[in-house]
Design a protein around this ligand. Structure first.
Ligand SMILES: C=CC1=C(C)c2cc3[nH]c(cc4nc(cc5[nH]c(cc1n2)c(C)c5CCC(=O)O)C(CCC(=O)O)=C4C)c(C)c3C=C
Ligand SMILES: [Fe+2]
Ligand SMILES: [Fe+2]
Length: 340
């Protein structure tokens, strides 16, 4: 043993060294569907300057005042409607995706998962990978379309952890995969199969993406363009002449103008304009969550049917089913090239 090794405290030495890690990251979700837990989650999420790009001195009083006194109660009600025995759908599905990817990668890499807001925290999971001997880590934000409010903030948070380390791992990040042929093929196959399994033939398929303030498009965020490209490629890959496919943006928050057309407005307009049978998919969400299970599947259905629509279906996200997992394995292995 060399002099340096003798000087290194035993508990700071990885158990095994030279390992490869993969950290899957999604947005985050409350620990429980009750107002205090939702308040903690929203406080962290909506204090992120990547998410709400307003000066702190202006935004924090609004957040701590109007928003955090009313929204946690409303959102907790929404979360209760989608909560499962395994907890929040977003966390449960992300855990399943990590387990599925671990099975597929075997001994080649250790896979863990984290949430940008709440738990399990990115810093803790990076540490766990390092403690398990990983010196090279692929950070994989599970957002197909790049957005500063989602992708960049994951990298920021990982960098915050690295900033505290004397001995850092080597880090790679998974690039956005909005136009990756494997992602498009997985979506086309999965969406196509789900449409074929419906008990009705939809006239219209809405591809609904999470919205963003329109200003971010003008500031150069590629998110809107990525969503549009995904939608165009999925429509081409589906190749269904009798199915009209439209792109919309959901989950508007606050008073600023958001990307349009808005999903809720289009659902109403379609029904009022005579569309009777409609299906909706959310290709930007890698896992089902509040925004798909409550906003689309519950409220979206009500909006469409109340406006005169007759049949409505929300299609599941790729989640941990085979087409999505095969795609994830392929794009992760590609980024691990040279490491494994
Ligand atoms: C300014 C506010 C918000 C921005 C910008 C935003 C961008 C954004 N979000 C996602 C993905 C998800 N968002 C989810 C929930 C959610 N989003 C916001 C606000 C903004 N999102 C809020 C306040 C909430 C919480 C629920 C509520 O109170 O309405 C979720 C689901 C989380 C879950 O627990 O299931 C996801 C996923 C993307 C992809 C995105 C920008 C591209
Ligand atoms: Fe959101
Ligand atoms: Fe929502």
């Amino acid at each position: 043993m060399t002099w340096t090794e003798q000087k290194v405290p035993r508990d700071h030495v990885p158990v095994e060294s030279g390992g490869i890690g993969v950290l899957l990251v999604n947005l985050g979700t409350p620990d429980a569907p009750d107002p205090p837990a939702v308040r903690r989650y929203l406080a962290e999420f909506l204090s992120d300057r990547r998410v709400v790009e307003l000066p702190r001195l202006l935004w924090q009083p609004i957040l701590r005042g109007a928003i955090l006194t009313t929204r946690p109660k409303q959102s907790a009600h929404a979360y209760r409607q989608v909560w499962t025995d395994a907890g929040s759908p977003l966390a449960a599905i992300t855990a399943e995706q990590a387990a599925g990817l671990q099975d597929r990668l075997g001994d080649a890499a250790q896979v863990r998962w984290a949430m940008r807001y709440g738990t399990p925290a990115i810093g803790d999971e990076l540490q766990a990978l390092m403690d398990a001997g990983c010196e090279r880590i692929l950070l994989a934000p599970l957002y197909p379309q790049y957005c500063a409010a989602t992708t960049a903030t994951v990298v920021d948070k990982a960098a915050d952890k690295l900033r505290t380390m004397r001995w850092q791992p080597s880090l790679r990040t998974l690039p956005p995969y909005h136009d990756d042929p494997h992602y498009i093929a997985a979506l086309a196959r999965d969406v196509g199969e789900q449409i074929d399994a419906l008990d009705f033939v939809p006239e219209v398929l809405l591809l609904s993406f999470h919205g963003m303030p329109e200003r971010t498009l003008r500031l150069g965020d590629p998110y809107h363009c990525h969503c549009r490209k995904t939608a165009r490629l999925v429509a081409e890959a589906l190749g269904r002449a009798n199915l009209r496919i439209e792109t919309t943006f959901q989950s508007r928050f606050g008073r600023a103008k958001w990307l349009e057309p808005a999903t809720d407005a289009v659902l109403e307009a379609e029904a009022k304009g005579g569309t009777q049978r409609l299906a909706i998919a959310a290709p930007g969400f890698s896992a089902d969550c509040l925004e798909t299970l409550e906003e689309l599947a519950i409220r979206g259905r009500e909006q469409f049917l109340e406006a005169g629509g007759k049949q409505f279906a929300t299609l599941a996200c790729l989640n941990a089913r085979a087409p999505g997992m095969a795609m994830l394995e392929t794009i992760v292995r590609r980024e691990l090239a040279g490491w494994i």
